[in-house]
Design a binder for this molecule. Structure first.
Ligand code: NAP
Length: 283
């Protein structure tokens, strides 16, 4: 079985490689090398954000790779301090300037921040719609949106988010938000797909990995893709970047999928902040 990364078709007709490379917590000085390694191995989708402080280095790595701009799918996200429409416009221009690109493939509202901005993320979303209309963002989406936030957008706007990027891993299935996405044509992007390493010593996962002669990270990433979600594990370690790419040449049977899904601890399994209360704005 060849290790080929499938494309997922979004509700706006664009496609995204189901496996990408995440660059959260990669220091800017290490980003060119890490992204360069990922592109050499075959990744064609990079997930960055204004908040990560490494957009410029992502752009640099793509240029140095010798690949055409259109061969690499690039996502970035609006920083939390810039939800007001005029600030969002300036922030989006800064993203394109940092990347040295005239368009981005996917731009997201990073967090809904329902306790900030008088609870208004609708005008922020309408501002992202402008970027899509003028062609500078091929697709637009959201991140960390709960069902109530998605329902509010659906009631107040016409453009359905192309993705919702949320925390998902075996300890936190986030099933209600995923189910809303499935029902409304919004693919889930699963962030922290291996829970930043927290699931790697799980005895059930270790057993499954041994049975299949794979690593735990590969088994968990494979579980995500068989559920239809989009993933972009982060690693600064070349061996792991390579390992995480090789997940399309084996399959988990239904019983194994269920064993992994049943590790869900509900809210207790969440590793990151709860989007209903998260209100962080970087200085
Ligand atoms: N939208 C959001 O709010 C949000 C929030 C968090 C993350 N994200 C996105 O999701 C991406 C992935 O999430 P994440 O970075 O939080 O966590 P993650 O990908 O679940 O885990 C990354 C951690 O796991 C280690 N690791 C990676 N591959 C491994 C392997 N094969 N074996 C053992 N350890 C391995 C890495 O270590 P080394 O680097 O030392 O190898 C790193 O410490 C981010 O980079 C970012 O793009 C988005």
């Amino acid at each position: 079985m060849a290790n080929t990364v499938p494309d997922i078709t979004l509700n706006d007709g664009n496609t995204i490689p189901q496996l990408g490379f995440g660059v959260y917590q990669i220091a800017p000085e290490d980003t060119v090398e890490a992204v360069g390694t990922a592109l050499e191995i075959g990744y064609r989708h990079i997930d960055t954000a204004e908040m990560y402080g490494n957009e410029a280095e992502v752009g640099e790595a793509i240029r140095r790779s010798g690949l055409d701009r259109d061969e690499v799918f690039v996502t970035s996200k609006l920083n939390n301090g810039f939800h007001r429409p005029d600030d969002a416009r300036k922030a989006f221009e800064s993203t394109l300037a940092a990347l040295k690109m005239d368009h981005i493939d996917l731009f997201l509202i990073h967090w809904p921040l329902p306790t900030r901005y008088d609870g208004d993320f609708v005008s922020t979303w309408k501002t992202l719609e402008e970027f899509q209309r003028d062609g500078r963002a091929r697709s637009i989406g959201v991140s960390n949106f709960q069902v109530a936030h998605l329902e509010r957008l659906a009631a107040a706007t016409d453009v359905v988010p192309a993705v919702n990027q949320i925390e998902v891993h075996p300890y936190f299935g986030n099933e209600e938000v995923r189910a809303y996405g499935r029902a409304h044509g919004i693919p889930t992007e699963a962030w922290s797909p291996i829970a930043q390493g927290a699931v790697l010593d799980d005895p059930t996962l270790v057993d499954i990995a041994q049975e299949l002669d794979r690593t735990v990270a590969q088994v968990v990433l494979r579980w995500h893709v068989q559920r239809g979600d989009i993933v972009f594990p982060k690693s600064s370690t070349p061996r792991r970047i390579e390992e995480n790419f090789h997940i399309f040449d084996f399959e988990l049977d239904d019983a194994t999928m269920e064993r992994i899904t049943s590790l869900d601890k509900g809210e207790a399994g969440r590793q990151g902040p709860n989007p209903d209360t998260f209100d962080y704005i970087p200085a």
